[in-house]
Design a protein around this ligand. Sequence first.
Ligand code: 5AD
Ligand code: SF4
Length: 431
Amino acid sequence: MVKKAAVYVLGCKVNQHEGEAIKDLFNNAGYKIVSFHDQADVYVIHTCTVTHLGDRKSRQMIRRAVRQNPDAVVAVTGCYAQTSPGDILDIAGVDLVIGTKERSRIVELVEEAQKGSPISLVGPRKELTEFEDLPFARASTVRAFLKIQEGCQQFCTYCIVPHARGPVRSRPIAESVDAVKTLVQKGFKEVVLTGIHIGAYGQDLTGTDLNALLKQLIKVSGLKRLRVSSVDPNEVTPELLATLTREDIICPHYHIPLQSGSDTILEAMRRPYNTAYYQRLVTEIRRHRPDAAITTDIMVGFPGETDSLFRQSLEFIRKLRFSELHVFKYSPRQGTPAARYNNQIPPDVKEARSRQMIALGKELWADYAGNFLGAPLAVLVEQQGDYGEGHTPNYLKVRFPGGEKMRGSFVTVVPTETLDGYLFGDPKGGA
Ligand code: 5AD
Ligand code: SF4
């Protein structure tokens, strides 16, 4: 009988890709991957702890797996497993806790856990020293995600991530170039570079940084698009800015976490920049690439965020014309400085601010996307069904009728309307 494995993933994009990689590991070992709702022999819950909701949902999914098949091996991996292994081992039915290292050995560890009492492999942060190479993940047959960096050592006052993921480790340049070459040979047209704190790439290696890496990757022949998933504002050096905005192959989509549009709050968060700096950076990007999509993370309800500071933040964000906002409600994380601040914001205020910020995000998206109606856009077709679907270089999602046999090719679409986060239009042929 073929064994079945089910993987449930919580949290950020990096986690999603790691979850895909874990599925591949089981698949390669001969397991059949089934849905989390099905009976499986192994359940993996790849957890998140960035907010308390991540913790709660992680525990819920662990309990659900145990209920679904009490005889299955239940393995818990990821950030919540790394920071709170004790809480997880307290849940009856958990067999294996892995954390953020040794995930590449998961299949063998699961088979070992089958034999006896629960195993925890979670060690202290200082043991998180290696860059662990997991199989790459894919969003479709045409876009692949390559993790080039792990960990963070910035310790912003709200953030548990440096504890969960450990210090900065980078995939060396030569290995990254080889990985991209392999992806291109496999037929991928677009490679998305991912990591926990990509701007810190190379801090653990000598004489290298993100800019040096990009300069090598753009030379890989056959690669059509290179996307950098996120970079912190203070890490965009003039040299990096020049590469990001002047190399055609690099997509004009820049996700630059701002967190707050108030200098008072940025300082309390210990973010190493202010709004004036951020605004100059955005102006500079638009000088070179006027159509660039600039997207960001915003946290509302940080301790000390008064109504007036929140309003300042909203105004700043509106003025900067972001094309998308990822909005988070501040969640106190045990062991971080901000959790001990005495000016915490009540949950209902956080909720109201979050709603307002999300509404602003939708407005800004509609304004941005509206600028592209009637203009020809280059779409890399990722899916086909009733509609063809894909992204533009500036990460607009486009749908068009037809799309038969177009997956993996570029088409030009002239959009005529925006709806539910998509631009709709007719294809005009190859781009
Ligand atoms: N509460 C809420 N959001 C958080 N983030 C990080 N830590 C917290 C926290 N304690 C958000 C930040 C970060 C994103 C990945 O998660 O906005 O950029
Ligand atoms: Fe967290 Fe700040 Fe590191 Fe981002 S840079 S992971 S917000 S500590």
